[in-house]
Design a protein. Sequence first.
Length: 144
Amino acid sequence: MKNITTNYRPNYDLISYIIHDDKGMWCLLPAEYWLMNHWGQLGIQWDLPQEDREKAFLEKAKEFKVEFIELANMYNALQLEDDEYKKKFFVPLIYADFDERHFYSRYGEVDLENSLLENWNGRVFDFREIIPIYERFWQNQTSS
């Protein structure tokens, strides 16, 4: 796992909450990773069955995993800074449930929800309230 937060790029690295096997994980993924119909550019073979493509993506996403406490600490540190641009984008922007194939986006630069794989449901939606309370790094919670 890389220390992604030290190299965080606002409006490019998207704070993403990914659910797989009923477990959530936080990742800081470059925006283009969420263009599912372009996963071939990430080295994911298009001729694989969809489930295998999704598994390959999840393996790649693990490289960008960020622990809750790291996000919470960075969020709290940003609140003390004057960098409004970083503050604006250091919020959850993507919610991807690989179990139910739901994709929600709060990212306004590209219509990521229109590039989904077959059988995925996607929309622009403020999903923060469906993230478990103990995972909400922006609410000054401590992990339990």
